[in-house]
Design a protein around this ligand. Structure first.
Ligand code: ARG
Length: 257
């Protein structure tokens, strides 16, 4: 995780961002610290990466890479404003024993590439290029299933879909094309289907350890669904970080020891 020390909204690359709305960086740091401390309280190890001045979106660490075993596929960002993040994350990943590889096609790491069991789901359409899934499948040796996103508010896969364990996902159907919805129903007939009211507060931008699911607190309907499905929902206020278009998952690059 990268603390939002330099977080602000001074450019617009997704519909959640508005340079006219002030950001309180101290509040963002405090909300982020609660997220970090929640992971630690649950027994997870959290490493902090040094934030870089001039890279306000670096707090959204999920976008850094896709990690499969000891390979880290470093993001190739769609927007130049975030390009500088790749190097900062590459350094950390190499220092921690990962073999780093890069792609020809644009892809934005765990924001769009989500590991479910032994397959990768790939959100395409807004950030990740349609050619990226085939390229990534070759690099990591796993099937990569492309899912086309249609609504600009759900510009990354992790805004519209949450991985809950190796076989369970939750998603918001309206964020996907009919073809992608058909793929999801076929692959995950028992998925949790989330309502618009929960999706529009970025409720699906959640992190699960297979039991606890940390999600934006405003997604109360999703919390009920999680509870009924046997998970332990933990709602957090991440409203300041929502101003950049991200929440719990965006702020977390998951590494698997
Ligand atoms: N402002 C950032 C962007 O638009 C937010 C990224 C959120 N990260 C995520 N994994 N959805 O790139």
């Amino acid at each position: 995780m990268t603390p939002p020390t330099f977080f602000t909204v001074r450019y617009v690359i997704n519909p959640w961002m508005d340079t006219a709305i002030p950001v309180d960086t101290a509040t963002a740091v405090a909300q982020w610290a609660v997220l970090r401390d929640t992971y630690r309280r649950l027994g997870h190890a959290v490493d902090e990466i040094a934030p870089v001045p001039g890279l306000p979106d670096m707090v959204y660490a999920a976008n850094a890479a896709l990690i499969v075993d000891d390979t880290a596929v470093i993001a190739r960002f769609r927007h130049h404003q975030r390009a500088g993040e790749s190097w900062a994350y590459t350094r950390w990943l190499r220092a921690h024993g990962y073999t780093t590889v890069s792609t020809v096609h644009v892809q934005e790491g765990q924001g769009d590439l989500m590991l479910v069991g032994s397959m990768v789901l790939a959100g395409i359409g807004f950030r990740t290029a349609p050619q990226a899934p085939a390229e990534i499948a070759k690099l990591v040796g796993l099937p990569v299933v492309g899912l086309e996103l249609t609504d600009p508010r759900f510009y990354h896969l992790d805004t519209a879909l949450a991985v809950l364990d190796d076989t369970t996902i939750a998603y918001y159907p309206a964020a996907f094309t009919a073809e992608a919805r058909a793929t999801l129903t076929e692959l995950f007939p028992d998925a949790i289907v989330v309502a618009g009211s929960d999706a529009h507060v970025l409720g699906l931008n959640a992190v699960s350890d297979g039991r606890h699911v940390i999600h934006p607190a405003a997604a109360t309907g999703f919390a009920d669904q999680l509870h009924r499905a046997g998970f332990v929902p933990i709602g957090l206020d991440l409203s300041e970080l929502l101003k950049g278009g991200g929440a719990a998952k965006c702020c977390t690059l998951e590494v698997y020891p």
